[in-house]
Write a protein that binds this ligand. Structure first.
Ligand SMILES: Nc1ncnc2c1ncn2[C@@H]1O[C@H](COP(=O)(O)OP(=O)(O)OP(=O)(O)O)[C@@H](O)[C@H]1O
Ligand SMILES: [Mg+2]
Length: 722
């Protein structure tokens, strides 16, 4: 029997080395299968009842099932390569019910083993954050075990974590229908909770219809997270200690475009799926003039978080100063203490802390602050207070910071220095990607199938960009915009365009700035003009504003802006358009002459003011003031900076109030206006002496730690003190 090879995964077949002749009949095959899988002598009675005769296998048979079983013990990946679901598929023998029974039992046993292998592989890939790998294994696992709740749950989680929220929800609906049909029951609690968390995540921008031909040719430049295994481990470790109840700080640092936000996104998505409350916010390079803007944005995320309503209404009433939406959500809130006097300013800080404490009491919180370097001074003060006040609460403070963008004495630079020395602060410093990693990125984005495809391109890109992923993607976009590359409309595979290189070589832009500038220069004029306005407006534009500034209908403005979104120069969120990246805005602004820029600021200021008055769509007065100043509209700058200063003062943001008064002073007409500003400045200076909150209040829920004698309601020792 030496040299016999037996295939049982799929329609059974046997070949004997050196032997030729007709293939084995069904019974000999069945016997061979049985003997191969049930080693040792087999008594005649058993075989007779199974098939006939008494046999023992001498020599060895190379059987695929045997190879699978051996691999399952030592090499899971190799074991997973077998398709065990096809065991003896399509093979029957007439009048051998005992054999059929054996096949059924054996199939169950093998499938159990196979599911175990895929389960282990899925869990291992999940633990290593290899979502795509996990999806591959979980898909096969679910195919082998269509009613497994765990397989479905891990598949759905991996899809979501890989960024495909829609597919995750679709797979859930399928699974739920399957369970319903089979058992008339719903999915497990754990799966239900996971799906609710996924549903609660609004999930990026809505998909856009494919409109113009350019868009069809240009791919999405998206790929799974490359590298960063160690960094993710460090973040996960910090989160685990937060889950155990301690506050932690992590700072993700690195040069512009190196992938800080991306790493944080991946991590936070995982935190959300792991039952954590994720609050996100960011600093803006062009201050929008909203006092405590970054903190307000984080709190806005807490509106939907479980646990918010556990906050004492008095504190909520204070926080409603920053977040008026709270009053709509909870109409019964008491009025906040009416005149905001400086001595009471700590109440606002404490109130924000109380909201976060209540939310964190429900489940651990990850509070992420992107572009921390751009947070204003008041927000930095408040953030510093909060990190101290919430040291004992399960909150992970996760700040992303671009190195080298800050002056030493900037408030955010100071805040970062203070955060770095927090007990057990974790600093994650991101290096650029290696050439190998960059190649992986290119292969995945370009759906490259040829084994060595894209290697040289990756090497060239690495030379130019030194592995900065933002720069790499911008260069690749330029290659598409300049018709060097195109994507296969069916498979998405990147192809060298027919015209590539016809006009000679292309000098790869020496900086990201140049790569973007080239793409902007080649825009049609109407797109170019609109992009300029949006870049100058900086904090985001609605179509109403664009329509005013450009004298076009809102519909037309939306159409052009959408085209810019499709060209990946803008992004849109809730009807607000802004540049897809601050660097894009900077490049556009740098390309303008001083007088053009001035004229645009003036137009934006005027339009914002007009829209505030006529449409009940008030813009922060600070934003108008800033544009008016840059546009040389002195009177408007003066009026609005006073309003901005007052708004800041109402919220105890004295530093900000002073900054707006500085602007008012610079734009005030001599005489009455100047006197008024000077008086206000003196007032704010005299009330702004306060710096820190007094000793924190006890939590209002009565969770006291001290035990008092009166708490001991037990009988006293006879003869002791009464
Ligand atoms: N490890 C990675 N794998 C795949 N893509 C990545 C990786 N890192 C970054 N990218 C991609 O590179 C681009 C730039 O990354 P990102 O915006 O996270 O950089 P950043 O450091 O936050 O930049 P900035 O300093 O401008 O805030 C994004 O499109 C991102 O998806
Ligand atoms: Mg970023």
């Amino acid at each position: 029997m030496a040299g016999t090879s037996l295939t049982l995964l799929g329609p059974p077949a046997a070949t004997v080395e050196g032997a030729s002749g007709p293939p084995l009949g069904a019974k000999p095959l069945a016997l061979l299968a049985y003997l191969a899988l049930e080693p040792g002598p087999q008594p005649r009675e058993r075989l007779a009842s199974l098939l006939w005769g008494e046999h023992q296998l001498d020599g060895t048979i190379d059987c695929d099932v045997g190879r699978f079983l051996a691999a399952a013990d030592r090499d899971l990946a190799a074991a997973a390569a077998f398709d065990v679901t096809r065991f003896m598929s399509g093979f029957t023998i007439r009048n051998a019910p005992v054999f059929d029974e054996w096949v059924a039992l054996k199939r169950d046993e093998l499938l159990g083993r196979f599911r175990g292998v895929l389960g282990q592989l899925t869990r291992a890939a999940m633990a290593k954050w290899q979502w795509r790998e996990a999806i591959g294994h979980a898909n096969r696992w679910l195919a082998a075990e269509p009613l497994s709740d765990e397989a479905a749950r891990l598949l759905i989680e991996a899809l979501y974590l890989a960024g495909d929220r829609t597919a995750a929800l679709v797979r859930f609906v399928e699974f739920r229908a399957r369970l319903q049909a089979e058992f008339g029951a719903g999915p497990s609690r754990a799966l239900g909770q996971l799906v609710r968390r996924i549903e609660a995540d609004p999930g990026g921008r809505p998909g856009r219809p494919i409109t113009d031909e350019w868009y069809v040719r240009v791919p999405a430049f998206e790929c799974g997270l490359v590298g960063r295994t160690q960094e993710l481990e460090a973040l996960q470790k910090a989160w685990r200690s937060v889950r155990r109840g301690a506050g932690r700080v992590v700072l993700i640092e690195g040069e512009a475009g190196v992938g800080k936000s991306r790493l944080a996104d991946e991590f936070l998505r995982w935190v959300g799926a792991e039952t954590g409350t994720v609050l996100r916010t960011r600093g803006y390079d062009a201050g929008a003039g909203v006092p405590y803007g970054p903190v307000v944005e984080a709190l806005r995320g807490a509106l939907a978080a479980p646990g918010l309503s556990g906050t004492d209404p008095q504190w909520l009433a204070e926080v409603a100063r920053l977040l008026p939406e709270l009053r709509q959500l909870l109409p019964g809130l008491p009025e906040a203490s009416p005149p905001p006097v400086a001595a009471e300013a700590w109440r606002l800080f404490e109130a924000v802390a109380q909201v976060l404490l209540a939310v964190a009491a429900e489940q651990p919180v990850a509070l992420a602050i992107d572009d921390l370097q751009w947070c204003d001074g008041d927000s930095c003060n408040l953030l510093h207070f909060l990190t101290r006040r919430l040291e004992e609460a399960p909150v992970l403070w996760c700040g992303m910071q671009t190195l080298g963008e800050l002056r030493r004495d900037a408030p955010a630079a100071r805040l970062c220095r203070a955060l770095r020395v927090k007990p057990r602060a974790t600093i994650v410093t991101l290096a650029p990607l290696s050439e190998e990693e960059l190649w992986q990125m290119v292969r995945e984005m370009g759906h490259v199938t040829v084994p060595t495809g894209g290697r040289r391109l990756a090497a060239r890109l690495h030379q130019v960009t030194r592995g900065n992923p933002f720069y790499v993607i911008e260069l690749l976009k330029t290659l598409f915009a300049q018709d060097w590359l195109m994507a296969d409309p069916e498979s998405g595979e990147w192809l060298v365009a027919p015209a590539a290189g016809e006009t000679g070589t292309m000098s790869m832009s020496p900086t990201v700035h140049d790569a973007i500038a080239e793409r902007i220069e080649s825009l049609p004029p109407d797109l170019h003009d609109l992009l300029i306005t949006i870049a100058v407006a900086a904090t985001g534009c609605r179509t109403g504003l664009l329509s005013h500034v450009h004298g076009i209908s809102r519909l037309r403005a939306a159409t052009i802006a959408d085209e810019l979104v499709e060209r990946r120069l803008l992004e849109e969120e809730n009807g607000m358009y802004r540049c897809a990246h601050p660097v894009i805005a900077r490049v556009v602004r740098d390309g303008l002459t001083t007088s053009r820029r001035r004229e645009l600021h003036r137009a934006v200021a005027g339009a914002l003011e007009l829209l505030s008055e006529t449409e009940g769509a008030p813009s922060p007065p600070g934003e108008i003031a800033r544009h008016a100043e840059l546009g040389g509209d002195r009177a408007l700058a003066y009026r609005c900076s006073l309003r901005a200063s007052d708004a800041a003062r109402q919220r105890y943001a004295y530093e900000e109030a002073l900054v707006w008064l500085d602007l008012a002073a610079a734009t005030a007409a001599p005489g009455m206006e100047t006197d008024a500003v000077n008086r206000l400045t003196a007032e704010v200076l005299s009330v702004a002496g306060w710096r820190e909150a007094p000793a924190p209040l006890r939590r209002p829920d009565g969770a006291q730690r001290e035990l008092e004698r009166q708490d001991l309601d037990l009988p006293g020792v006879a003869g002791g003190r009464a």
